[in-house]
Design a protein around this ligand. Structure first.
Ligand code: ATP
Ligand code: MG
Length: 474
């Protein structure tokens, strides 16, 4: 450790000596550095470094600077503190001292190259190959010398930061903050206080999330088995190592390279997070990007109501229970200004006998201020297929009506054909073994006119559920 820090100090000295038109006398420079490094019990070499020594030090990149941890310039080189006044450090509310000349360098470089902007939704930024400039003291240096030095040293500077330093830095640099569009009163301001520092990490997230064994998924969870899959995701039963509890973790199947794809995928976690907890909605714990996949840690449920050959027929009592509980979930979702848009048996899970609405991959805002991506066409009402989005909450009511009908019939609905068409036009086949009250309720839920469909609240309050409510209370 002493050795590596010693080399670091040599680099600092070397840069001042090489590049400054007003070189700091070695004695003073040594004094400053020694003062700063006293606490760390560092001993400088007795003679000032020769050029050969500096070159060796620059080439040997296996050491870690303090800025590698804090994404700020090195604390051991606090010269030119007066320039700091020109920068408003409070703007970002970060108490760490900063070296202004290095920030300037970075900004200029970004401006010149125009390729280093960090988008808050680009957690890996694999397309960007940033040049990390560390420990370069440019103040008081004449431009010509600077350019020469930059050309000569450019190749070395490009790979100046060791991989271990990058990994360490990225561990202390959290991913960017993203505004949640499902939370209405969320601040409009870009909430990324670490944006400036983060730019030095841009492109390095892949280091911690890539295939180098530092997978958050594998570090935090023990994968037990796959429990489900959909068009976009695979879902695994996992054991969280630190708390010993079982969860479901959903991975996107496709790699999400594009910003738009990531934004789309994030809508699921943002809506879940904005909703908060409800007994009839699958619990959301956490999410992260890893190797361009989105991972979502969810409450583990026992099974979903997917219709297949082994599906058992639901009695009216059972189906009323499911309808009531999912109607409560929808009431909660709609009251938060959100529409689910993919209600179907596959997305209704059961845990300890409690029905839970899951898969918020199509969730959008009722006020249509977010993109609308409708779910499974078999459960969509005609108005959605005609791109009429005036009553998105009623789309969920229609889908729930169709889903309940499917549970009763016990076989999957056709994707097209007269049966499918009849449902979209509100024509439900007679269900002889079910009460008229129940059949009427289903019929009004799939009414082709969304205005005539009951709201989730009206559904929950329907007297047909009196018995269910009584059972719930006891
Ligand atoms: N929290 C969970 N607990 C138990 N099983 C789950 C959970 N989440 C999902 N599953 C299972 O995984 C399947 C696929 O999950 P999900 O529907 O969320 O994926 P998807 O790719 O978004 O699906 P879709 O094709 O409907 O868009 C579900 O039908 C269910 O069987
Ligand atoms: Mg699904």
């Amino acid at each position: 450790m002493k050795g590596t820090l010693e080399m670091h100090l040599q680099v600092q000295l070397g840069q001042n000596l090489q590049s400054s038109s007003n070189p700091i006398p070695p004695s003073r420079c040594c004094k400053n550095l020694l003062e700063e490094s006293d606490a760390a019990d560092i001993h400088l070499p007795s003679s000032s470094p020769r050029t050969a020594d500096i070159d060796i030090a620059l080439d040997d990149r296996d050491f870690i600077l303090s800025q590698d941890f804090f994404c700020t310039p090195d604390y051991i080189t606090p010269d030119n503190q007066h320039v700091l006044k020109a920068f408003d450090c409070n703007e970002e509310n970060i108490p760490c001292p900063k070296s202004p000349e290095k920030l300037t360098t970075l900004k200029n470089k970004r401006y010149r190259q125009g390729d280093c902007s960090l988008h808050p939704l680009s957690p890996t930024l694999s397309s960007i190959q940033p040049t990390v400039e560390l420990g370069k003291d440019t103040s008081g240096i004449d431009e010509g010398k600077m350019e020469k030095a930059a050309t000569a040293g450019s190749r070395r500077n490009q790979s100046y930061v060791s991989q271990s330093a990058i990994a360490l830095r990225c561990r202390v640099m959290p991913p960017p903050c993203i505004k949640n569009p499902y939370i209405k009163d969320a601040s409009e301001v870009e909430s990324d206080p670490l944006g400036n520092q983060r730019s030095k990490c841009a492109g390095f997230f892949s280091v911690i999330t890539g295939g180098d064994g530092l997978s958050r998924y594998h570090t935090d969870f023990h994968e037990i088995e796959q429990i489900g899959s959909g068009n976009f995701s695979r879902v695994f039963k996992v054991l969280k190592r630190i708390d010993g509890c079982l969860y479901a973790v959903k991975h996107s199947i496709k790699k999400l390279y594009q910003d738009a794809e990531r934004r789309r995928a994030l809508m699921e976690v943002q809506s879940l997070a904005a909703l908060g907890s409800h007994e009839n909605i699958v619990g959301y714990y956490s999410s992260w990007f890893e190797s361009e996949h989105l991972y979502i840690q969810l409450e583990l449920c026992d099974y979903s109501l997917s219709i297949n050959e082994s599906t058992q027929f639901f009695t009216e009592g059972e189906v009323l229970e499911a309808l009531y509980q999912i109607a409560k979930a929808l009431q909660f979702v709609h009251e938060k200004g959100i529409a689910h848009l993919d209600v179907k048996p596959d997305n209704i899970y059961v845990k300890n006998g409690v029905y839970k609405l899951g898969d918020f991959g199509c969730a959008t805002l009722l006020d249509r201020s977010l993109p609308i991506e409708e779910g499974d066409a078999r459960y969509m009402p005609q108005e959605i297929l005609n791109e009429k989005y005036d009553h998105l909450d009623k789309v969920d009511i229609f889908s729930l009506g169709v889903a309940i009908y499917e549970l009763i019939r016990g076989s999957p609905l056709p994707e097209s054909g007269p049966q499918c068409l009849n449902l979209k036009e509100g024509r439900l086949p007679l269900l002889p073994s079910h009460s008229l009250q129940f059949q009427n309720l289903l019929k009004v839920m799939v009414d082709p006119d969304p205005v005539r469909r009951p709201s989730a609240k009206e559904l929950v309050e329907n007297p047909i559920f009196d018995q269910v409510r009584r059972r719930t209370r006891t």
